[in-house]
Design a protein around this ligand. Structure first.
Ligand code: C2E
Ligand code: MG
Ligand code: MG
Ligand code: MG
Length: 284
């Protein structure tokens, strides 16, 4: 509704805006209900060492099995929860779902480090660390090194001191942190040096275009160089072809993830994928 506005403010009644606000609220209620009904699930995408061919872990990626619309990607629903309590609830659900899945894999003698994506607000939520600690206590058979967090480069500079404190606490708990989509943010080098992160993930857009664009190749090379100077391992995401994999290996980037290796898949498909990967690896 229109409020009394000063001369510099715009407060025009906009029926479209009201309509879309109502829509968003409806969609949020649907997400809330879907969470309660168990409609969310995690897909897993393998991460490998291209040089040794070892599987180093999996990244958990959220999906919504919507009763009418089918399988929805995070881009379809995560923006709706941003800044609401649901963002925290969904984020917490993801961590626990990943720990539950690791428990199931362990029962099949599969020991698979799992990384989960943590949104910036979730990371800085006062409940985040205590809850993480209590989840680790609740799943004592899963060592903290088996869980890692992926945070966006941009998550760390809105409130740098707070982010540093949380990341240090994670480090103390034995949980590694990866900087996701690296290269898309604006961190300065001086600042990067202080971040307690154990892995750099090169954003998939640069990797995708590194074979056709000199600029993107230069960015990928610089990130690999930077990571090496600061003694941090670097992983390339969005590795779609063997040509990408070879180019990355030649640049000294050994860790990779992408459709060219494996697409994200439901947890039940992981044991079969692992067995196939293992067989192929031994065959060479
Ligand atoms: P991200 O963390 O950078 O994850 C990588 C995204 O790239 C995933 O998209 C994955 O499916 C996709 N991908 C992997 N390999 C390739 C490839 O070779 N080519 C291309 N074109 N894409 C590839 P997805 O699953 O749609 O997730 C998108 C983003 O949504 C994620 O980007 C992450 O920022 C966010 N997200 C996903 N799951 C969660 C979650 O559980 N919590 C939070 N907070 N964010 C999540
Ligand atoms: Mg990620
Ligand atoms: Mg990423
Ligand atoms: Mg991304």
């Amino acid at each position: 509704q229109a409020k009394a506005a000063g001369p510099s403010q715009q407060a025009v009644y906009n029926p479209d805006e009201e309509q879309s606000t109502r829509n968003r609220q409806k969609q949020r209620s649907a997400i809330h209900a879907g969470l309660a009904k168990g409609e969310f699930q995690l897909f897993y995408q393998p991460q490998v060492n291209l040089q040794s061919q070892e599987v180093i872990g999996v990244e958990a990626l959220i999906r919504w099995q919507h009763p009418q619309e089918g399988l929805l990607s995070p881009a379809a629903f995560l923006p709706l929860v941003e800044g609401t309590d649901l963002e925290y609830d969904l984020g917490e659900w993801v961590i626990e779902a990943a720990l539950k899945q690791q428990t199931l894999w362990q029962q099949q003698s599969i020991d698979l480090p799992t990384s989960v994506n943590i949104s910036p607000r979730h990371l800085l939520h006062p409940g985040f660390l205590p809850r993480l600690q209590s989840l680790l206590d609740a799943y004592p058979h899963i060592e903290s090194r088996q869980l890692s967090l992926e945070i966006l480069e941009s998550a760390t500079f809105d409130d740098m001191q707070a982010a540093l404190a949380v990341l240090s606490a994670c480090h103390t708990l034995g949980i590694d942190v990866a900087l996701d989509d690296f290269g898309t943010g604006y961190s300065s080098l001086a600042y990067f040096r202080r971040l307690p992160v154990q892995l750099i993930k090169v954003d998939r857009d640069f990797v995708r275009d590194m074979l056709s664009s000199q600029d993107d190749r230069a960015i990928v090379e610089s990130i690999i160089f930077l990571a090496r100077k600061f003694s941090r391992p670097v992983l390339a995401e969005g590795v779609e072809t063997m040509a990408h994999a070879s180019a990355l290996l030649a640049l000294g980037c050994h860790l990779a993830q992408g459709y060219g290796i494996a697409r994200p898949m439901p947890a039940v498909e992981i044991p079969t994928w692992l067995a196939q990967w293992q067989a192929q690896r031994c065959g060479h």
